[in-house]
Ligand binder design. Structure first.
Ligand code: ADP
Ligand code: MG
Length: 246
């Protein structure tokens, strides 16, 4: 389906205006040295995610999901293979150019929230806006985003003064601050109880409807996986199958 959409774009506007996928991973391998040997964590992963799609990455613990997300977010290098964001190969970029692409195009949410403990919720959300050039007031934008995630009344709280669910919502607001095209989440509900998991999932659905952002979410949560347009199952460093492609 994705292919035929792209074909349509090509025939309508010529090859130069073909719509590049939001993200494409080509033959990603990752190996690491371990006790005098090398272990192969990723063994040739291929995937394409179109703009506005919500894709879940599922599969057993240790199958390579977090490693893959780190690579597609530009936080880690593959041993070989390419990652293209909006058709641009990020694996060949120097660190400063890559940092710019990460800041402008990608929002990342980690399972353990990774907020800065000495900063307030508002300051945590402002941080990415001080990196690179962003229009408008960082504090106004941070307040708007925290209101969007239902935390307008917690602007001045530090992470220790927030529940797990609230911290994760701050992390989502931070990932959204630069208005990135792609949001990558690594088990965003993995450390949350059922009620907070449901809240975070509802927020992802609302954001998608309102902003058309592309979401790539690794999850063990069946509700999160069921909300996605399709699921990609990773087993032992390879794509095992795709489920429910629309
Ligand atoms: P998942 O997120 O699917 O649980 P990971 O990507 O975290 O899987 O890990 C995949 C495999 O790679 C696991 O066997 C893990 O132990 C191994 N691994 C991950 N990071 C490292 C590392 N820095 N050094 C050695 N092994 C690692
Ligand atoms: Mg993981």
């Amino acid at each position: 389906m994705a292919f035929s959409e792209e074909q349509t774009a090509m025939s309508a506007g010529g090859a130069a205006t073909a719509v590049a996928p939001a993200l494409e991973a080509r033959d990603i391998h990752k190996s690491l040295p371990l006790a005098g040997n090398r272990i192969e964590i990723l063994k040739g992963i291929n995937l394409r995610v179109n703009k506005g799609e919500f894709v879940s990455i599922i599969g057993p613990s240790g199958s390579g999901k977090s490693t893959l997300l780190g690579i597609i977010a530009g936080l880690d290098n593959p041993t070989s293979g390419q990652v293209l964001i909006d058709g641009i190969d990020i694996t060949r970029m120097g660190e400063s150019q890559l940092a710019k692409v990460r800041n402008q195009k990608i929002g990342m949410v980690f399972q353990a929230f990774n907020l800065i403990p000495t900063l307030t919720a508002q300051e945590n959300v402002e941080i990415p806006l001080y990196v690179g050039k962003h229009q408008g007031s960082a504090s106004v934008r941070a307040r708007e985003l925290l209101e969007l995630v239902g935390l307008g009344h917690r602007l001045g709280n530090r992470p220790t003064q927030l529940s797990g669910g609230e911290q994760q919502r701050v992390a989502v607001a931070r990932a959204l601050s630069t208005n990135p095209a792609i949001i990558i989440m690594d088990e965003p509900t993995g450390n949350l109880d059922q009620k907070n998991s449901d809240n975070v999932l509802q927020m992802i659905r609302d954001l998608r409807e309102r902003t058309g952002t592309t979401f790539i979410i690794a999850t063990h949560d069946p509700k999160v996986a069921a909300s996605a347009d399709r699921a990609i199952r990773i087993v032992d460093g390879l794509v095992a199958n795709e489920i429910g492609e629309v």
